[in-house]
Design a protein around this ligand. Structure first.
Ligand code: UD2
Length: 318
């Protein structure tokens, strides 16, 4: 039985990975400082994991957390473009300093591999679509710069110390347990909960901006594959994790209107500073090196997500 450490385990992606690792019969240790994660996300699995409330800026806590660990999924982050525009120092501390601390602790504890939650925001507004990993990054927001810096540190720790690292550039992951309540929440979590509550969602800009929206199960698959792939195929490298298809926000709203049966319309507000216009992934590299193929498409992912939030609302009413 291998021991996995998941940082940001109380977050949307970390808590999904925890369930997947437990399901494959391995041992899970997790850390979170609850800055964006929630204890509820761990609910029924809490008794089965070794949970430690800790901040990535606390190197002593990380050294303790890495002791005896084989593999790390590094999901902890402050994941928001607009939040980073308001607070670039906070973004840098959590996303860069925190990542370097974890790498140092992982190196010293002789962890076998670390898979890092990188971001599609690294591509910024490069005009070419789809975006492939060989392109020169062009980050716009402080968040994008911080996430890209994390990738460089991953590769550096592989080159300098032989710590096996893999960076997965997530393209707008969505699904159950994504927090809809913060002004910085992902657009689909906000839209779905607005519409289920009979409230009107807001599109920032004209809604023609597009994203390669990726259902959580696809991201979980990619992480498990990245952890298992031979080092010669993945160590020190970067891969897109996406579906290879995109939808603009007007289309996403129309699809949700149909799935939810929402009678209202969307309203439009000012474009958000730091926003990328279009995002779409080329998947050939991740297919070739990891054998990753997205299994759940956008519409099916939306259906499952709506179903989950509906269940949450019913449980809250009961
Ligand atoms: C970026 C990354 C994504 C991930 C994420 C973490 C890109 C292309 N994607 O997502 O991979 O790292 O950051 O936070 O860089 N919007 C509205 N109404 C709302 C909320 C958002 O119209 O109520 C718009 C927003 O202006 C943007 C789009 O929806 O154009 C997506 O926004 P988001 O915050 O869900 O994700 P994004 O693309 O910043």
């Amino acid at each position: 039985m291998a021991v996995y450490l998941i940082t940001g385990i109380a977050g949307f992606i970390g808590s999904s990975l925890a369930r997947a690792v437990l399901a494959q019969g391995d041992q899970v240790r997790g850390i979170d400082n609850f800055s964006t994660g929630k204890r509820e996300n761990l609910a029924e699995i809490l008794p089965r994991i070794d949970f430690r409330e800790a901040d990535l800026l606390n190197l002593d806590a990380l050294q303790g957390a890495c002791r005896g660990v084989d593999y790390i999924f590094h999901e902890a982050a402050i994941p928001s473009v607009p939040k980073s525009v308001l607070d670039p120092l906070g973004s840098n501390r959590a996303n860069v300093d925190g990542t370097v601390n974890l790498l140092v602790a992982a190196r010293d504890a002789k962890v076998r591999r670390i898979v890092y939650a990188a971001s599609s925001s690294a591509y910024g507004d490069t005009p070419t679509l789809p975006k492939h990993e060989g392109m020169v990054p062009n980050p716009i927001s402080p968040y994008a710069v911080a996430k890209l810096t994390g990738e460089y540190y991953m590769t550096s720790f592989y080159r300098c110390y032989g710590l096996e690292t893999v960076s997965l550039r997530y393209f707008n992951i969505f699904g159950p347990r994504q927090d809809p309540t913060s002004p910085y929440s992902g657009v689909l979590a906000k839209f779905i909960t607005n519409m289920l509550n009979g409230e009107q969602p807001t599109i920032f800009g004209d809604g023609t901006q597009s994203r390669d929206f990726t259902y959580i199960d696809n991201a979980v698959d990619a992480n498990l594959l990245a952890m298992k792939a031979p080092a010669s195929q993945v160590a020190g490298q970067i891969f897109n994790v996406a579906t290879g298809k995109r939808a603009d926000l007007n289309q996403a709203f129309q699809l949700l209107k149909k799935i939810i049966g929402y009678p209202g319309e969307v309203k439009y507000g000012p474009t958000r500073s730091g926003d990328v216009k279009h995002s779409l992934a080329d998947l050939s590299r991740v297919e070739n090196h990891l054998g990753y193929i997205p299994k759940v498409d956008f519409e099916e992912g939306l259906r499952r997500t709506v179903e989950w939030y509906r269940g949450q609302f019913k449980a809250a009413e009961a």
